[in-house]
Design a protein around this ligand. Structure first.
Ligand code: PLP
Length: 369
């Protein structure tokens, strides 16, 4: 049986007419930059995320970069974040000229370990950037407590977590700002690159919108140096169609996750994902831990099953961050995770037959090895 890691065509098949109509309307209008769909999507995402403002941007990466720039973070500053994430998190901190300061993860959730954050705070620290990895929120209460005590901004990297909640609060609505990605493989995926920044601070929302457009306000007058971080109208139009289905897709991912966890229960050498009490995950990924990860991945590939390693090299081990002076062993929980994690197919359109097949093959391998 063939089970790809992700099958975007299966989802597109259910939306084709609606998507084509939305794209076609933008084509007819020829209003490609800042068209009405951008404002409409911003309103919908602000509402969906329980936030006051939302600012559409060109990618999840640009959401992070624009948020950092708007908050005035730059050379001489430090931003605390996790070493176990997609590169963009640390990359954007470095691109502002600030120093990424890593704090190890909680092995149970793969998210930043809040108990270790305060030790990393220095007089140069300006912000904390927790990542809501694989679709569940980092433990925000203790993070906000440290941030409030030391007057630090909190930028939630919610690229993988739109719609996820913690104690009823939506991802992106807890910190100073929250950043979403509409990369096609995210739960709410666009027709290419796109992203959004949300905030409870309406004034910050206005400033973010100015930074998104070269810091220009009024037109051709620049109080700040921003960038071209705009979201294309065509992306917004496609995303408006897809947003209506996001809740049902995320619910289906949760159901798929529960099914895997049920099928893999009792396999002592397979650690299934743990969702923190109070969290509702959107399962952007379903990552198990296994001792012989690479061998399992190769075995599953032979069986027609697509998997991926998120992430094989932690940020402190990246060549581009050599100057930070880290070495192997600095963040043991992240290093253990990078050696053991494996993402299984979890997309909403999976059939039960496929899930049973994947879980069966994982068990078959583990039983023999
Ligand atoms: C996808 C992702 C990003 C970047 O989003 P893009 O839209 O691809 O630029 C940033 N952080 C995390 C954790 C991500 O998963």
């Amino acid at each position: 049986m063939n089970v790809p890691l992700l099958d975007l065509k299966a989802q597109y098949a259910t939306l084709k007419n609606e998507m084509l109509a939305a794209v076609s309307a933008v084509m007819d209008s020829q209003y490609f930059i800042n068209g009405p769909a951008v404002k409409e999507l911003e309103g919908l995402v602000a509402k969906y995320s329980d936030c006051k403002s939302a600012v559409g941007v060109s990618s999840g990466t640009d959401a992070l970069l624009c948020a950092l720039m708007t908050l005035g973070i730059g050379p001489g500053d430090e931003v605390i974040s996790t070493p176990f994430t997609f590169f963009a998190t640390a990359g954007c901190i470095a691109r502002t000229g600030a120093k990424p300061v890593f704090v190890d993860i909680d092995p149970a959730t793969f998210n930043i370990n809040p108990a270790l954050i305060e030790k990393a705070v220095t007089p140069k620290t300006k912000a904390i950037m927790p990542v809501h990895l694989f679709g569940q929120l980092a433990d925000m209460d203790p993070i906000m407590a440290v941030a409030n005590k030391h007057k630090l901004a909190v930028i939630e990297d919610a690229a993988q977590a739109i719609g996820a909640t913690q104690k009823g609060k939506k991802a992106g609505s807890i910190g100073t700002a929250g950043c979403f990605s509409f990369f096609p493989s995210k739960n709410l995926g666009g027709l290419g690159d796109g992203g959004m920044i949300v905030t409870q601070d309406a004034e910050l929302g206005e400033k973010l919108a100015v930074f998104r457009n070269h810091g220009s306000k009024p037109k051709y007058y620049h109080k700040w140096v921003g960038g071209n971080f705009r979201l294309d109208t065509i992306q917004a139009a496609g995303l408006i169609v897809k947003l209506k289905y996001l809740e049902q897709w995320s619910a289906k991912r949760r159901a798929n996750a529960a099914r895997y966890t049920e099928l893999l229960a009792g396999e002592s050498r397979v650690v299934t994902p743990k969702v923190l009490a109070g969290n509702v995950s959107i399962f952007n990924q379903y990552c198990i831990r296994v001792p012989k990860r690479n061998e399992l991945q190769a075995f599953l590939k032979e069986q027609g099953i697509g998997t991926e390693v998120y992430y094989p090299v932690s940020m402190h081990e990246q060549e581009c961050f050599k100057s930070l002076g880290h070495r192997k062993g600095d963040f043991p929980a992240a290093e253990k995770a990078e050696a053991e994690v494996l993402a299984l197919p979890i997309y909403p359109e999976l059939t039960d037959e496929q899930i049973v097949y994947v879980a069966g093959k994982v068990k078959e391998f583990v039983g023999k090895n």
